[in-house]
Design a protein around this ligand. Structure first.
Ligand code: NAP
Length: 278
């Protein structure tokens, strides 16, 4: 257990803080997922990211129980598919995820994809707010939403607490992030290490890594942290899990931050959420 390091968090709702580092669990399944989750929690992770679509919620729940750590000390994020985009559907999605995970409440439940052709993501958000009002979930949010999707949700008067989107140094979606800042929407970065993309070799990461005695991946995660983002790196490897948590005991200078910002390539997210969904 890492005790010498504060795991920073961000506010999501009154009385709800989200730990900035979470364990990503896609594409882990079965025993591999349970083992990875239990090990991460034993290391000191306080946040686990799963989804209905990953087909690993049971295994994640098993990992949580195996860790022996009090459920109330763990922040659980999960997400549901677009078939549940209605008020009753969201309630059913919650019940199914909670049952698979073996818990009676969720910390964060996300609309996984907007599916604008179906056109019911606003209803899904209203359903999530109702679940939060009833105390079944501590907070709610969305994932893969573009500004035009967020506008439609906020037109109803709802405030969107968090949007989990693909962000890394080369794909940093600057217009979306500016929109989040303008509307006080917390950003969570998925694929925060680019899913093994080549940018970990870039001097903007390798030079500070060598100076600080850290790895390029730790520098990338620190860059996310200093931008105030949640990041959910996936690792099933004990050494890399530990490294991904050890990002609160050093700091990047503003010059180093700007050099990483400059890796932005203008590339769009891998999947276009106007057409892709599940
Ligand atoms: N909301 C969404 O639509 C959405 C979409 C995609 C992903 N996600 C979430 O985001 C999580 C993370 O995204 P991701 O899995 O796409 O990409 P990622 O976390 O950026 O990259 C994972 C890859 O990097 C490796 N890795 C991890 N830590 C490392 C380190 N310190 N140094 C070098 N390599 C390292 C992992 O291998 P090892 O396991 O061998 O370490 C794995 O191959 C997912 O698990 C999932 O929970 C959400």
């Amino acid at each position: 257990m890492i005790t010498s390091m504060e795991i920073n968090s961000a506010p999501l709702a009154p009385g709800v803080q989200i730990p900035l580092i979470g364990l990503g669990t896609w594409p882990l399944r079965g025993e591999e997922a349970s083992r990875a989750v239990a090990h991460a929690l034993e290391l000191g992770y306080q946040h686990v990211d799963t989804a209905e679509n990953y087909q690993n919620e049971e295994a994640v729940g098993e990992g949580i129980r195996r860790s022996g750590i009090d459920r109330d000390d763990i922040f659980i994020t999960t997400k549901f598919n677009t078939e549940w985009h209605s008020r009753d559907g969201v309630r059913e999605a919650f019940a199914r995820s909670a049952r698979r995970l073996g818990v009676d409440y969720l910390d964060l439940l996300l609309v996984h994809w907007p599916n604008p052709q179906q056109g019911r993501f606003v209803e899904a958000c209203e359903g999530l707010q109702a679940l939060a009002d009833q105390g079944l979930i501590r907070s709610w949010g969305v994932s893969n939403f573009k500004p035009e999707h967020l506008d439609l949700v906020m037109d109803t008067g709802l405030r969107v607490p968090i949007n989990q989107v693909q962000i890394d140094p080369t794909t940093s979606q600057p217009e979306l992030l500016a929109y989040h800042r303008e509307h006080a929407i917390q950003t969570a970065a998925y694929s925060p290490l680019g899913r093994g993309a080549g940018f970990l070799d870039a001097p903007a990461l390798t030079v500070p890594a060598a100076e600080l005695g850290k790895t390029p991946a730790q520098v990338a995660l620190r860059w996310h942290m200093q931008h105030g983002r949640v990041a959910v790196p996936k690792s099933a490897d004990p050494t890399r899990q530990r490294q991904n948590l050890e990002v609160f005991d050093f700091a990047l200078t503003s010059k180093q931050m700007l050099a990483i910002d400059a890796l932005e390539s203008g590339a769009p997210a891998r999947l276009d959420s106007d057409v892709f969904f599940h």
